[in-house]
Design a protein around this ligand. Structure first.
Ligand code: NAD
Length: 474
């Protein structure tokens, strides 16, 4: 049995038995058995069921958001938004189901050649603890829309809303066996991604786990998409609207207690505005209210686990010698929260070259600030990372913004904004931030593969075919 905790006060919320390798085997087999009939349904039927899932999510929004807040410690405003977004994701893919198209390819007059996009079969989705319900939706909805089955493994720390989603899927009419949600940790995940009955792996999580999964996937030649972490820069030029910058910088790294893959955790300020912007960011950070995520005035709740809290506190402790701690918010003094996993939002600057805080993902509320001299310097510093998930650039000069967007080595660039995402817009990273793209038209490419069909339009031997003939390949 594994305890599921609330990070708010370390209370045990549930006790779950992790799925064993033989449970995984049963789940994958059941998903395989259910998938062909699901793929044969019309896209319209699949879409109708996905809309019904969205309706049920919306009808249960408050309960889902409260469970999510209890289990993740994220403020209720955020979890409500995430549950609403999850319903939107089911609706988006409900519409996509009927938009799938193949191509006819005019290779010559002797052939009629076309492609048919086909589902892979069984998709294994493995997700982290920071956005559990929305990520469950993000893996399951496209898998189902395009005719696949899905076996999902939520994080061991936050399985509750994904398990609840499995119930809503059944209520909406998703056939038995087609979607399986398996509680468990690393062993369950490893058994799932190494199962030979899995046809595609879509993973979101830490880059070291991503590497382990890529190795496993290679052994079976299972295709895999990896959405991993980041150390994303926000670059601010002097001509930017600095009021907007300050708000966006604070929200961009301290929301969700910093537990965002796209956290703008490196702030790069032009030297001429350095002191001004740093002072304003520091002032906002000192005023952040850390506390009970159910209370309306709370800005950020706890970290997910004691281990994650200690990891973040380690980065902060180190910063006292590798840099200067500029500002910190207060910890909650509420006695009810004394066992929770709270950390103070912290701003650090003057970091030594090579300091861990400039290079490694914290996944906690810590902002590292540096200054740059000119455009080339800003670009060099922005690209000085093994990660490449996202970047923000703030300037009134549109040419400069697009020059930067063209040269920064990341999967998503925001110009004069930050942290906006949509089901319609491709998302993914480069370098240690992973490979593969989710969302938008890329989702169809990820969850479907084209089959090519050649039809001869002649009665004779195919052209270029035969022993010693030219033109045939393979
Ligand atoms: P993690 O990699 O430790 O765990 C993610 C999932 O993988 C969990 O379900 C875990 O049980 C499972 N797992 C662990 N070892 C496994 C193995 N060997 N085989 C199969 N499954 C295994 O990540 P985490 O700590 O839960 O989440 C934080 C990380 O996720 C951060 O690095 C963050 O940046 C990243 N993240 C990325 C995105 C994105 O879209 N790029 C979004 C959110 C979080």
């Amino acid at each position: 049995m594994v305890d599921v905790f609330s990070p708010i006060d370390a209370r045990v919320l549930a006790r779950l038995t992790p799925a064993t390798p033989s449970d995984v085997d049963v789940a994958v087999r059941a998903a395989r058995a259910a998938q062909p009939a699901w793929a044969r349904r019309t896209a319209g039927e699949r879409g109708r069921i996905l809309h019904a899932v969205a309706d049920l999510i919306e009808a249960n929004l408050e309960e889902l958001a409260e469970t999510e807040t209890c289990n993740t410690g994220k403020i209720l405003g955020d979890t409500r938004r995430e549950v609403r977004r999850a319903a939107g994701t089911f609706r988006y893919y409900a519409g996509c189901a009927e938009q799938v198209r193949g191509e006819t390819i005019p290779v010559g007059t002797e052939y009629h050649t076309y492609t048919v996009p086909e589902p892979y079969g069984v998709v294994a989705g493995v997700i982290p603890w920071n956005v559990p319900f929305f990520f469950a939706a993000k893996k399951i909805a496209p898998a189902l829309a395009f005719g696949n089955a899905c076996v999902l493994k939520p994080a061991e720390e936050t399985p509750l809303t994904a398990l609840r989603l499995a119930g809503l899927l059944a209520e909406a009419g998703v056939p038995e066996g087609l979607v399986q949600v398996l509680p468990g940790g690393r062993e369950t995940g490893a058994a799932l991604v190494s199962h030979p009955g899995v046809d595609l792996i879509v993973f979101t999580g830490h880059h070291e786990t991503g590497k382990a999964i890529a190795r496993t996937a290679a052994a079976n030649l299972t295709p895999v998409a990896l959405e991993l972490g980041g150390k994303s820069p926000q670059v601010v030029f002097p001509d930017a609207d600095l009021d907007r910058v300050v708000d966006a910088v604070v929200l961009g790294v301290f929301a969700s207690c910093g537990q965002m893959c796209i956290a703008g955790s490196r702030l790069l300020l032009h030297e001429s505005i350095y002191d001004d912007v740093l002072d304003r960011v520091a002032e906002q950070v000192r005023a952040l209210r850390v506390g009970d995520p159910f209370e309306e005035e709370t800005d950020l709740g706890p970290q997910i686990t004691a281990a994650q809290r200690d990891k973040t506190l380690g980065f902060i402790a180190e910063s006292h010698s590798t840099g200067r701690v500029v500002a910190q918010a207060a910890l909650p003094d509420d006695v009810r929260l004394r066992d929770g996993f709270y950390v103070p939002p912290t701003v650090v600057d003057r970091l030594a070259d090579g300091a861990r805080l400039l290079r490694e993902e914290v996944f906690g509320p810590v902002l590292a600030v540096s200054s740059f001299r000119d455009d080339a310097d800003a670009l060099r510093m922005a690209n000085d990372s093994l990660f490449g998930l996202a970047a923000g650039v703030w300037t009134a000069d549109i040419a400069r913004a697009h020059r930067f967007a063209g040269q920064v080595r990341v999967g998503t660039v925001w110009i004069n904004t930050y942290r906006v995402l949509s089901d319609l817009v491709p998302f993914g990273g480069v370098g240690l931030s992973g490979y593969g793209r989710e969302n938008g038209t890329e989702a169809a490419r990820l969850y479907l593969r084209p089959k090519s069909v050649w039809t001869s339009l002649t009665t004779g031997l195919p052209q270029g075919y035969g022993l010693g003939g030219a033109g045939a390949a393979g």
